[in-house]
Design a protein around this ligand. Structure first.
Ligand code: AHR
Length: 514
């Protein structure tokens, strides 16, 4: 997506002595011809770690629970909600937890499973009652591809390769026999595999040259799964050297994806509250979220150098807003509320991923339930959908659709001395030839007038949905779970092929054009 900043245009016009003043309309042109880039549905992936109440109480309440309707301990309400999102893949069991996890402790009769300490997340006891079968069967219920992050930091090559064989091998082997003994004859055939997590940090504090060698060793022995997609543990934010070394030192024949983690955090030592935030904090959050554009672009440029045909995917397998935990909750459980600020982060980040779909082919929002920027919050038998859920649902029309390239001239959202692009957008055409456009206006005060010009297509009608609310800090609660939800948006005009609309402050809009 090409972004042209209006103040730059205004200065240029002043310099050349033009009497034209800066426009107030955001002009967006969409090219509808000759586009080949598919927006992989896997950009819309989620992440579930053994952290706080994501798995226990979130996805899983246990087989003996009498209060919450479940299938083999998996919450029915959660499964139904996630089906609506069309979750394409779910990453598990971590995160940092992945590099402490010994998968064999989580199979077989539950009463016999050993316990462990969850060293990264508050030192709670993990009883391993939710293990490989529970997760993979749950993915089948949701209709999501599993994405397993294997233990490299404290595991062994043999343990890792046994896991691959256990879940995927379709023949006679010690691991497939063990799987059958535990009640599953047919393999699940897991395709997506993470070779460790954050190897530069909680995954082992490695340097990239060392990790690249470790990756080569592990990837060599990962056999037994069809169409396996191996993902190297990637950079922390702007650590471009990390990506450079991985792309340079790992043979691309054994490398399908390189990961990247970036959280929208204003300051790691002072993250600020999830609800009671000021406009200054909001502005900083938007700035941190928009940084994804620069990160994805610069990591992609490095990848282009070693892989001009773009065979290796950039996998942003952790992203989202990260704030202080809710007052009174366990600091190690990372439970935070989810406001219209989070809807903005989700909308603009997904637009960035869509517009970089030539390289970004998998992404995972952190984390699905009760942890960080969740799409679902639960409290015993109660469940609510967050504003982020609604954005993910409004955007799922882009899954596996063809990207329509965009050039945008946007107004600025100005706060004190700083400014950010106010409008973000992406567009695609799906298999049924419907065009979808998703727009975000992050400005908390000003509406944005939008003019969309399409080159190569003429549309006659437009329908839309909007997610907005009265205050930036608004959020859904268990008392008022539907305060924020999408509504019909019909203030859109199609005339002589031009689509015009006004996006209210801090709103997300999705349009369908015919
Ligand atoms: O998502 C929470 C944590 O953030 C993950 O466990 C880790 O990978 C990252 O640092």
């Amino acid at each position: 997506m090409a972004v042209i900043n209006k103040s730059v245009i205004a200065s240029v016009l002043m310099l050349i002595g033009s009497s034209v003043t800066a426009q107030t309309v955001n002009h967006i042109s969409v090219r509808s011809t000759d586009n080949k880039t598919k927006i992989s549905k896997h950009i819309y992936g989620h992440f579930a770690e053994h952290l706080g109440r994501c798995i226990y109480g979130g996805f899983y309440v246990g087989e003996s629970n009498k209060k919450v309707p479940h299938v083999n301990g998996i919450r029915k309400d959660v499964v139904e909600a996630l089906k609506k999102l069309k979750v394409p893949n779910l990453r598990w069991p971590g995160g940092c937890f992945a590099d402490t996890y010994h998968w064999k402790d989580g199979i077989g009769p539950k009463a016999d499973r050993p316990k462990m300490v969850n060293v990264w997340w508050s030192g709670v006891t993990e009883d391993n009652s939710f293990g490989t079968h529970d997760f993979l069967d749950m993915c089948e219920l949701i209709g999501a591809d599993p994405y397993l992050a294997g233990n490299v930091g404290s595991g062994t090559v043999a343990e890792f390769t046994d896991w691959v064989q256990y879940v995927s091998f379709d023949g006679s082997s010690p691991m497939s026999s063990l799987r059958a003994k535990n009640g599953r004859e047919k393999p699940w055939n897991v395709k997506l595999w993470g070779v460790g997590n954050e190897a530069w940090g909680c995954g082992g504090n490695m340097v990239p040259e060392y990790y690249a060698n470790i990756y080569r060793q592990y990837a060599t022995f990962m056999k037994g799964s069809k169409d396996m997609f191996r993902i190297a543990s990637g950079a922390n934010g702007d650590d471009y050297h990390w990506t450079e070394v991985l792309m340079r030192d790992i043979p691309h024949s054994i490398l399908d994806g390189v990961a990247l983690h970036h959280y929208a955090v204003i300051d790691w030592s002072k993250k600020g509250p999830s609800v009671e935030f000021s406009e200054e904090i909001y502005f900083k959050s938007m700035k941190a979220a928009l940084r994804m554009e620069e990160l994805v672009s610069r990591h992609s440029t490095i990848m282009d150098k070693y892989d001009p045909q773009k065979k290796v995917a950039l996998v942003v397998d952790e992203w989202g807003g990260w704030y202080d935990v809710e007052p009174g909750t366990n600091p190690g459980f990372l439970y935070q509320q989810n406001t219209m600020r989070d809807a903005m982060i989700a909308g603009l980040t997904l637009n960035i991923f869509n517009n970089h779909a030539d390289r970004v082919r998998i992404a995972n929002l952190a984390q699905t339930i009760n942890v960080l920027q969740s799409v679902i919050l639960t409290d015993e038998e109660k469940m609510l959908l967050t504003p982020t859920f609604h954005v993910m649902e409004m955007y799922n029309v882009h899954q596996d659709a063809t990207l329509l390239p965009i050039t945008i001239t946007t107004n600025d959202y100005v706060f004190k001395e700083e400014k950010l692009p106010a409008v973000s957008i992406s567009a695609s055409v799906d298999a049924a030839n419907l065009t979808h456009v998703t727009l975000v206006n992050i400005d908390p005060v000003k509406s944005q007038n939008i003019s969309l010009a399409f080159f190569g297509s003429v549309y006659k009608t437009a329908t839309g949905r909007i997610l907005t609310s009265g205050a930036l800090q608004d959020h859904n609660t268990f008392k008022d779970p539907e305060k924020i939800k999408p509504a019909t948006f019909n203030k859109v005009t199609v005339k002589n092929g031009e689509v015009t609309l006004t996006v209210p402050p801090f709103s997300v809009i999705s349009l369908e054009l015919k």
